[in-house]
Design a protein around this ligand. Structure first.
Ligand SMILES: Cc1ncc(COP(=O)(O)O)c(C=O)c1O
Length: 446
């Protein structure tokens, strides 16, 4: 009865325990409808979705082929215990294996990205008999126990037990180099030197794996300089470590290739995925496993599994998503939008706005990094700022929202990640709104 009197927002405030900072958002938008690159609130206001929700709706909202595949599967067989084989699960695994790089052709399904990380790490530890995992400070790997400890950015701090066998290192980031490098080539070289020193001083015989996002996502959309990922692969080979690439955010077309690692032809031993695998319509993730780890578990059972892993409805959505991506040239569209539209338009914003310190990205995966001063590169808001200290960013993002552009921001950065199906006209509309909002950021420049 109470539902009749109380608004959706009231009920949400009263009963929904939100994640992360969303708990402190006073008036979350009530999302009511969505199609393609847009969603609508309950008052019928339209928003251009430049975040693909959580960078997962790669096919855009409500693709009819995916919806009908889910409905068709639901009417046939909703669920089956992971011990059974089921046509749609096998088919999803086959289609994923067809696009994953190299010998990664066996798929361990999970419910999402964080549990994919948990299992990739468990596999690496059992395979090598070692415990330590090296991961980057500038990273996000998920919110479960091991994944959050592996995460480098401040989302780790409240849950960090410093006991998960994790060692953090610095990856390449030429704009804010940890190695006093002023170009990509030396950044790559010095970052590799630093990683090698970390391996040696930690004791290679104690390290199971290096874990990296192929292109770092929320911690900066950091595209690794030429040679870096291949160099990490070589270091792993040299010291007998596994390489785990986290493609949860960068996978399934986001960077204009099936997987970001494909830009540099690097094949990891284990690769985690989730989000875009079924355009986020239902929870699904997994680990793609290569020959070395596959052999370890060929005759001994892997100790781990999840009730809903490889859920049939999620797998049906994955099969439909992968078919649509192939048939509609979605990966090619993401690549072309990146090179022909997003890259040049963001570059124009960089030329025009003093607050834009750096832009970087690939495909439909970009970051605009805002500063108060281009020479000193002082960030628009301090690292991990909140409350009044974060005001400048809050104002810029609010202006985007008020003008009908939905973006996600992190510290002094605005991420640009529309669906891989976005059109050039939609991108131009969104960039126009961002252009106006950046005038607010310019006002903070000295
Ligand atoms: C690179 C990366 N890895 C792992 C995760 C965790 O995925 P999930 O939220 O599905 O657990 C995320 C989520 O944003 C991510 O971006």
């Amino acid at each position: 009865m109470t539902q009749i009197c109380e608004s959706i927002s009231d009920l949400d405030r009263k009963h929904v325990f939100h994640a992360w900072a969303q708990a402190t958002i006073q008036d979350p938008i009530v999302i009511a409808d969505a199609k393609g690159s847009f969603f609508w609130d309950e008052e019928g206001r339209r928003y251009l979705d430049f975040s693909s929700q959580s960078v997962n709706v790669n096919l855009g909202h409500q693709h009819p082929a995916v919806i009908s595949a889910i409905c068709e599967q639901a009417s046939r067989l909703c669920t089956a215990d992971p011990r059974f084989s089921a046509d749609v699960r096998s088919r999803a695994a086959q289609l994923i294996a067809e696009v994953t790089p190299g010998d990664l052709d066996k798929i361990f399904f999970t419910n999402g990205g964080a549990d994919a990380i948990e299992h990739a790490v468990r596999m690496a530890r059992l395979h090598t008999g070692r415990h330590k995992i090296l991961s980057a400070y500038r990273s996000y790997h998920g919110a479960t126990a091991t994944a959050i400890n592996l995460t480098g950015d401040p989302r780790r701090w409240p849950s960090d037990q410093a006991s998960a066998g994790v060692v953090h290192f610095w990856g390449p980031y030429t704009y804010r180099s940890s190695f006093y490098a002023d170009n990509d080539q030396s950044e790559s070289y010095r970052a590799l030197e630093h990683l090698e020193r970390t391996i040696v001083f930690e004791g290679a015989s104690t390290v199971a794996a290096v874990l990296l996002e192929s292109v770092v996502g929320t911690a900066g959309v950091l595209v690794p300089p030429e040679g870096y990922l291949a160099g990490v692969r070589e270091l792993c080979n040299k010291y007998g470590l596994l390489l785990i690439l986290d493609e949860v955010m960068s996978g399934f077309g986001r960077t204009g290739k099936w997987f970001a690692a494909d830009h540099w032809n690097v094949v990891p031993d284990l690769m985690t995925f989730a989000k875009g695998v079924n355009s986020g319509y239902l929870p699904l993730g997994g680990v793609a496993v290569g020959d070395r780890v596959k052999e370890t578990f060929a005759f001994k059972p892997y100790p781990g599994g999840l009730t809903h892993a490889g859920h049939l409805l999620s797998c049906a959505a994955a099969v439909a998503t992968l078919n649509v991506m192939e048939e509609e040239g979605v990966v090619r569209n993401a690549a072309e939008i990146g090179t022909d539209v997003l890259g040049p338009s963001l570059n124009r914003l960089w030329e025009k706005h003093p607050s834009v310190g750096d832009i970087r990205g690939l495909g439909v995966f970009w970051m605009v990094e805002l500063v108060r001063d281009r020479d000193s590169r002082e960030p628009l808001v301090p690292y991990n700022a909140s409350g009044e200290d974060a005001r400048a960013m809050v104002e810029v993002v609010a202006e985007c929202t008020n003008r009908g552009l939905w973006v996600i921001s992190n510290m002094n950065r605005i991420m640009i990640a529309p669906p891989c199906t976005v059109t050039a006209a939609e991108v131009i509309d969104g960039i126009d709104i961002l252009d106006s909002a950046l005038l607010i950021a310019d006002g903070y420049c000295g």
